[in-house]
Every structure is written in structure tokens, then in C-alpha cells.
Design a protein around this ligand. Structure first.
Ligand code: PEP
Length: 250
């Protein structure tokens, strides 16, 4: 089954609205001709409106980097799915390892956020991945299967067909260390098999599974050549328009 590649930029806590607009101005002409991949830009919440306006009519989608599962409430500092929708976002990253590591997000919270994203018609980009200790202890597959199982609890198979998952080994994020294409390919195979067990073959075949972890212009194509890898979630190398356009073009 052919899945359209998706390349997503996670700008983390970088770029003011003006800097985000400047990025888009330089980036659009660099990718104007390409139709092979879908592109999603995920700026900070404060820059979402500026990026949505800047990419208008370009076919590029915009996503949040996180959200609360509640639609509104007394949750100081949080962003709700209704707010993401209102500003024009169509996607949302859920369960990024930095959220899990620094903000104590659990698999159960990730699950609540996914169910809320579905309810609010936002496409979740669900991040899972093992730490270095877990990999060295031979627990990679076990961790991925557990993260998938809890994340996808209560999800209706049909609604999962548009989901995006991202395999992001924690030891490869922002470290310059990348999983080899074979390591990533195997992890993606485990994830897709688990989705098939939980939600059925149709959803598993439709879901796009991105690789994330120190993707750069010079390693993007080797990773993308793995049949189980459907694109990339890119942090550091997405901050520069030229470098990100080269990854989109790999
Ligand atoms: C990320 O933040 O999701 C990521 C993969 O970061 P980097 O590309 O910098 O490793």
C-alpha cells in the first residue's frame, strides 16, 4: 500500500512570530515545485497564527507541539484543542519525549490527548521511543508495544487511519546520534505490527510512521528508503529553511 510521505518540522521553543514568518518566506519558494511529500510545520503556540497566515494557499499544514485534552478549563499555561483549531492548526504533536521527560507526561495522558484530538478533528502526530537504557537492556520492542497499547486505548480503528506516529528513540533526539536505517526500519515494523494487533490491518497499513532523531539532509534519504519509514519528524535541522527543504526533497 502506498502512503504519501510526510515531513514535519518541530521547532520546539525556538522562533518568535516574526522569525517564524521569515522562515516561511524563505522556505516556500524552495518547496514550491515539490508534490511528493506532505509538509507540516509545528511552531510554538505563540507563532501558530503567524505561520497559518504565512503558509496560506501553499498546501503546507500547521500543527501544535502539544495540547491539553480538555476543551477549556482552569489549566493555566495550557492550550486546548479548540484553540488549536480556531487558529487554523490541523495537526498536533502528542507525547514528544521532551514532554514526557521534562513535564512528566505519562502514556495515560498521551492517550487522553489522542482521544481529544480525534474528537476535535485534529490529526495527532504520536511520538513514542525508547531511552538509551531501555535499548541497552534489550527492551526496545517491549517499550514500543506498551507505549502503543496505552496510547491507542479506546481509539476507533476508522479514526486511526489518518493518524501519524513518530518513532523517536530518545537517545537520538538532538544528540547527533541517529538510529541506523535498519534499526529504525525494525522499530517501525514492530510499531505497525502492534497497530495491526490493536486496531486491525487496515488502520495499520494507512497510518504513517515517521522517524525522528537527528534527521539531517545527509541522512534523510537512507532512512526514507526503508519501506516502513513514511517520512520524518525533524527538530534541529528544520529551523533553517534550506536545510529543511533539502530533507523534504531527499
Ligand atoms: C524532535 O524534536 O522531534 C527531533 C527529532 O529533534 P532532532 O531532529 O533535533 O533530533
Amino acid at each position: 500500500m502506498s502512503r504519501k510521505p510526510l515531513i514535519a518540522a518541530n521547532w520546539k521553543m525556538y522562533k518568535t512570530p516574526a522569525q517564524a514568518e521569515e522562515f516561511v518566506k524563505k522556505f516556500l519558494p524552495l518547496v514550491a515545485e515539490q508534490t511528493r511529500a506532505e509538509i507540516v510545520l509545528c511552531p510554538s503556540a505563540i507563532s501558530l497564527a503567524a505561520v497559518v497566515a504565512a503558509v496560506k494557499d501553499s498546501g503546507i499544514a500547521v500543527g501544535g507541539q502539544n495540547m491539553h485534552w480538555a476543551e477549556e478549563g482552569a489549566y493555566t499555561g495550557e492550550t486546548s484543542p479548540l484553540m488549536l483549531k480556531a487558529v487554523g492548526a490541523t495537526h498536533v504533536i502528542i507525547g514528544h519525549s521532551e514532554r514526557r521527560q521534562y513535564f512528566s507526561e505519562t502514556d495515560e495522558m498521551v492517550n487522553q490527548k489522542i482521544l481529544s484530538a480525534v474528537k476535535n478533528n485534529l490529526t495527532p502526530i504520536i511520538c513514542i521511543g525508547e531511552t538509551l537504557d531501555e535499548r541497552e537492556a534489550g527492551k526496545t520492542e517491549e517499550v514500543l508495544l506498551r507505549q502503543c497499547q496505552i496510547a491507542l486505548k479506546g481509539v476507533v480503528p476508522e479514526s486511526a487511519e489518518s493518524f501519524v506516529m513518530a518513532y523517536e528513540p530518545v537517545w537520538a533526539i538532538g544528540t547527533g546520534r541517529t538510529a541506523t536505517p535498519e534499526m529504525a526500519g525494525l522499530a517501525h515494523f514492530h510499531i505497525r505490527s502492534q497497530v495491526a494487533r490493536l486496531l486491525g490491518r487496515k488502520a495499520a497499513d494507512a497510518i504513517r510512521i515517521l522517524y525522528g532523531g537527528s534527521v539531517k539532509p545527509d541522512n534523510a534519504s537512507a532512512l526514507a528508503n526503508q519501506p516502513e519509514i513514511d517520512g520524518a519528524l525533524v527538530g534541529g535541522a528544520s529551523l533553517d529553511p534550506l536545510s529543511f527543504s533539502k530533507i523534504v526533497d531527499y
